[in-house]
Design a protein around this ligand. Sequence first.
Ligand code: SF4
Length: 341
Amino acid sequence: MIDPLPATPALPRDLLGRPLHDLRISVIETCNYRCPYCMPEGLTPDETALDRASRLGFDEIETAVRAFARLGVSKLRLTGGEPLLRRHLPDLVARLAAVPGIEDLALTTNGSLLAGQAHALRQAGLQRLTVSLDALDPAMFRSLSGGRGNLDDVLAGIAAAEAAGFRSIKVNCVIQRGLNEDQVLAIAGHFRGTPHVPRFIEYMDVGNCNGWRREGVVPSAELRDRIHARWPLRSLTPTYRGEVATRHGYEDGAGEVGFVSSVSDPFCGDCHRARLSADGQLFTCLFAARGQPLREHIGHGEDALAEHLAGLWRVRADRYSEQRASAPADRKKIEMFYIGG
Ligand code: SF4
């Protein structure tokens, strides 16, 4: 039985009745990789590059999180760009872990810098990790990271995270037809028998510069069937309402895999996620065209900010993935690396 989300009347719900439960915080918009589906080399808009002064400071991020927590947010995910590029990140983790109401503190990383930071992040109070890994073939991994990534660094990062106490690491893998779909069984096989969970993500039309075509999408159902043919799977119940990935366990008990199906099976109906960009803008959808600047409101303090945020959430009606088919092809969308997936 999935626990229904707490229906505290004072907490805001959007125009589709969705509460505010998750906050994804981009702590930095830059990245040391150039994955073509997210930050293609030389194609990303200049205005997404911020200077240090434009990025929220830790005091501002903490004030924002305290305000969001008052509106029902209990789950935080730190993202980027590549969040491990943000200096003194364990200090921020420790501060956010101490905010009343925050029960779940996670981070998504490309794993390249994880080996050197996993222990400090764990000690600071980070609870969960998601590592991106689009291939286990070293040459393909390098090309899928825009010629910048080294597979061994990421595998060393996962090993260091295990040693630091991260029990079940989520491993995100974006599958593109004709590119890395042959890596699905390799990645599933690599993590079978471990507590780590590969999640195969349908290639999405995020932003405006990744050249997305629907033909490049491999529907999750097809991937599931491929894995099932090799290692029989059975469906598992979601961990909580609104969980992004559908869960499937191996019938032989050797672990589980997940599928994120934003294209073939949209999940906007239960989307209770907000996003905060590194320069303090609120985005209420991954595919939003623009954000709501919050920095000035953060400066007015927690009470005023909470009131302002509640007002913004109450008028939210986003459900892009459900409307994708009717959306104009040239619809402007924020770049994913700017708001962190
Ligand atoms: S498309 Fe937007 S509204 Fe739908 S699930 Fe994704 S972020 Fe939420």
